[in-house]
Design a protein around this ligand. Structure first.
Ligand SMILES: *Cc1c(COP(=O)(O)O)cnc(C)c1O
Length: 366
């Protein structure tokens, strides 16, 4: 995999500027565009065009190595990819242990339209069995379990069986893994997480090399009206300018913390793909450039887990992840099929020694 050139990304706009234009991306907050006479391909209406999101999409396309369309949230991106690829009678396969709102969307809305939805655990995908499915939705590593699947093998098997693959790449970002380079047809992601990185916006995107699919997704966005706000697009663009340094710090710190946590007596179980004995380690080495910034620990009980999350001064007790502030939550509170003491920890940009001391002190107080 050729990693995206983030230096080139930072100068994408600069190298196309005319003398006197602002170096920072302007925020175009307008629904109307000056349009006398016959329309001749200019921007004409805010649901269809906006220069701020168009520039953001160039940056996203650079990161993904493929055309991109941005959406107002990860779920809007996932909805676009699914509504653009399924029709009545389609059969789709989704992970039973992935991001739960994707399952809710499939079960509560797609089934009503005559789509049949089958679920399977992430670790069972690598074994194949895709005949008769039109769309295979995958998430690797899965959120929150951090199980992985063999993306190239799955992409090839699904293609041979005549289906389309969609991968949710939220947890890794394109700097950690590019599923399109592994043969996956469509990538979807929540840019609310590490891509934005500052916990101050919701956004998402869809990427694909297939022009027909992207045209259908663009049409879905135009007619459903699921468009990003210009200000959110501007904020996300600003966040992407530091993605490289943030992601690097977060992944490096996660490795250090995982190794320390693995030896702590309060930790019953730990998952981090960067630990050599983690069940995802071999696949992670083969498919990802970094082991990510998410890890999970299981403490003895719900009470201990809550006490830890709510008292550690350098951990925000919050849902969501990928921000500059480290955060943690007990996923069983949302009904994820995990131990009551299971905590998903998102490692942020704090200096790692400070972070470890804070975490260690809080664990020791339990
Ligand atoms: C958060 C998340 C989503 C949904 O994204 P929103 O921006 O909250 O709509 C989808 N998939 C994964 C893996 C996520 O973590």
């Amino acid at each position: 995999m050729k990693p995206p050139k983030t230096g080139e990304m930072l100068h994408l706009r600069g190298n196309a500027l005319d003398k006197g234009e602002p170096v920072a991306l302007p925020l175009t907050q307008s629904s109307m565009f000056h349009l006398p006479g016959a329309p001749e391909g200019q921007d004409f209406y805010g649901r269809v065009n906006n220069p701020t999101w168009e520039h953001l999409e160039q940056v996203l396309a650079h990161l993904e190595g493929a055309p991109c369309l941005s959406f107002p949230s990860g779920m809007a991106a996932i909805s676009a990819a699914l509504f653009a690829t399924v029709k009545s009678g389609s059969r789709i396969l989704i992970p039973s242990d992935g991001y739960y709102v994707t399952r809710v969307l499939a079960e509560r809305f797609l089934t009503n339209l005559g789509v049949s939805v089958t679920e399977r655990p992430t670790t069972a995908f690598t074994a194949g069995g895709f005949d008769g499915f039109d769309v295979i939705f995958v998430e690797s590593p899965s959120n929150p379990g951090l199980d992985m699947m063999d993306l190239p093998a799955i992409a090839a098997a699904v293609r041979a069986a005549g289906g389309i693959t969609i991968a949710d790449n939220t947890t890794m970002t394109p700097l950690g893994q590019r599923p399109l380079d592994r043969g996956i047809d469509i990538v979807v992601a929540s840019d609310t997480k590490a891509m934005g990185g500052h916990s101050d916006l919701l956004m998402g995107h869809v990427a694909s090399h297939c022009a027909q699919i992207m045209e259908r997704i663009a049409e879905w966005r135009r007619v459903s009206g699921a468009i990003p706000g210009p200000h959110e697009a501007w904020l996300l663009h600003r966040g992407l300018e530091t993605l490289d340094v943030r992601f690097d710090r977060m992944c490096s710190s996660a490795q250090v913390l995982a190794e320390q946590l693995a030896g702590h007596q309060m930790v019953k179980h730990i998952r981090y793909p960067g630990l050599p004995d983690d069940p995802s380690h071999t696949l992670a080495r083969a498919q990802t450039t970094r082991f990510g910034f998410l890890l999970s620990i299981t403490l003895e009980s719900e009470a201990k887990a809550e006490a830890f999350i709510n008292t550690c001064p350098l951990l925000r007790p919050a849902t969501s992840f990928g921000g500059v502030h480290s955060s943690a939550e007990r996923r069983a509170r949302w009904g994820d099929d995990v131990d009551p003491g299971f905590i998903r920890l998102s490692v942020g940009c704090e200096p790692v020694e400070e972070l470890w001391h804070s975490i260690e002190a809080s664990l020791n107080r339990l």
